[in-house]
Design a protein around this ligand. Structure first.
Ligand SMILES: Cc1cc2nc3c(=O)[nH]c(=O)nc-3n(C[C@H](O)[C@H](O)[C@H](O)COP(=O)(O)OP(=O)(O)OC[C@H]3O[C@@H](n4cnc5c(N)ncnc54)[C@H](O)[C@@H]3O)c2cc1C
Length: 413
């Protein structure tokens, strides 16, 4: 049985450990160690080695075993000091937490530090042409050949796969087992002959996904995460982390803050260029009032009502997310509150879409430089549907909530 170091019970409580004391300690450490014109990887390695990379991670793995709120405190203080934190994105928020829960010490040793420093970029190779919501119906196969697994099949909708060094891959290793068994969870090196990545263009004009074809691609036996054919449990961990949506948030940087910040900014520009339409996907709630003002419709009672609907949903989303974050910080594994938050993001995006359409009318169909906000509103209207699909569709979140929160009978398989 694979060793599983899952955080048991609540983490250290701020009432026992004074958060202000931790903050002061961290500020002192930053002023002693931050050198704005050094090298980004060395700086992030230093942060990790001192346990300040992610203080909520275990002490054995670049953290201090503190509550999740300490990670936010560290990022705030780094920003105030004009410094930068560890890398962000899919690697940090989907892959690393899954590895912390399920990987062996040897795997953590190899994979975690380059994730924190940003040296390795990752992608998620889960969905297939006939296995999205019904992910357990996937057909990609892995067959053992000596010290390696040989992978054949096709994946689709894989964000950032064209830039990734590694992928987290689900493949079937037992053809006879029932659907949710017989699946294994692998780490696959993306830069190899057996992998072909083809970009897909979306209706909003961006191309952030790919089709990934695996033809006799190779995975070393040491890169199996969890037990053979028991990867579904590992995948559920990743999916629960994915629902938080944190993976697509861009970090903040101060201007003119030195070489390290500039390197981190370039890295973020490059990485987040794949996701630059994601703010539009979320609905651009922040543009609703300015659009009402721009179009001189402040007195329109129907639009005022739309604003209050969006604001209410947005505030509920903030509270739900912070409730989920606190549950995680106190040691609870991700649960159904992730599905509530995910569903709330979709409902909010739809409400924004509706509000923008009401404000702007048929002009919302126009793109190009002479259209409203240079086509940005059209991009919102064409991007919001993705919010209801990515990371598990709205209907799937409703199924989860029906079963886990309302206690309704399980769907027939
Ligand atoms: C922006 C974005 C980024 C993505 N990034 C990645 C990625 O990096 N890696 C990756 O592997 N995948 C990724 N995906 C794929 C995503 O996970 C799938 O699109 C999603 O799981 C839905 O699967 P599907 O597209 O096959 O739709 P289907 O599963 O075919 O669903 C079609 C419709 O049927 C409904 N439906 C299906 N089953 C049920 C059910 N049991 N009950 C009720 N209704 C049901 C769905 O809700 C949906 O409306 C991404 C998708 C998007 C939009």
């Amino acid at each position: 049985m694979v060793e599983m170091i899952r955080q048991k019970g609540p983490k250290e409580n701020p009432s026992n450990i004074d958060m202000e004391q931790i903050r002061e300690g961290f500020k002192a450490w930053v002023s002693e160690n931050w050198e704005p014109n050094g090298d980004l990887i060395s700086w992030r390695t230093k942060l990790a080695m001192a346990g300040w990379a992610c203080p909520s991670w275990p002490k054995a793995w670049y953290g201090k075993g503190l509550q999740g709120s300490t990670d936010r405190m560290v990022n705030d203080e780094l920003f105030k000091a004009g410094a930068v934190g560890v890398a962000s994105g899919v690697s940090m928020y989907l892959v690393a937490p899954t590895l912390l829960d399920w990987a062996t010490d040897e795997q953590k040793q190899r994979f975690l530090l380059p994730i924190l420093t940003g040296e390795h970029k990752w992608c998620q190779l889960f969905s297939e042409p006939e296995a999205g919501s019904d992910l357990a119906g996937l057909k990609t196969r892995a067959e053992r050949d000596g010290d390696e697994w040989v992978i054949n099949g096709q994946k689709v909708w894989n964000s950032g796969a064209h830039k990734a060094d590694y992928g987290i891959l689900l493949a079937r290793t037992d053809q006879d087992a029932t659907k949710h068994h017989g699946i294994s969870y692998f780490v696959i090196p993306m830069k190899q002959d057996g992998i072909e990545t083809r970009p897909l263009r979306q209706m909003n004009g961006h191309a952030s996904f790919n089709e990934v074809f695996l033809t006799d691609a190779r995975v070393h036996k040491d890169d199996l995460i969890g037990d053979v054919s028991e990867g579904w449990r590992v995948a559920l961990s990743t999916l629960a982390h994915e629902r938080s949506g944190v993976a697509t948030r861009r970090p903040r940087f101060k201007d003119d803050a030195g070489q390290i910040v500039e390197t981190a900014r370039t890295e973020a520009d490059e990485y987040f260029s794949t996701y630059r339409w994601y703010p539009q996907r979320a609905g651009r709630a922040n543009l609703i009032v300015p659009e009402i003002q721009r179009t001189n419709q402040r007195a329109n009672p129907l639009l005022r009502s739309e604003v209050s609907t969006v604001e209410t949903l947005r505030q509920v989303a903030v509270w739900t997310t912070s409730r989920a974050r606190d549950a995680r910080a106190s040691g609870k594994p991700p649960g159904a509150e992730g599905s509530v938050a995910k569903l709330n993001m979709s409902v909010t995006a739809k409400a924004c879409h509706y509000a923008h359409t009401k404000i702007i009318g048929a002009q919302g169909m126009l793109v190009g430089t002479d259209s409203p906000r240079d086509g940005l509103i059209a991009e919102v209207l064409l991007s919001t549907p993705a919010q209801s699909i990515a990371g598990g569709t709205d209907e799937i979140q409703k199924n989860i909530l029906a079963e886990k929160i309302l206690g309704l009978p399980k769907e027939p398989i």
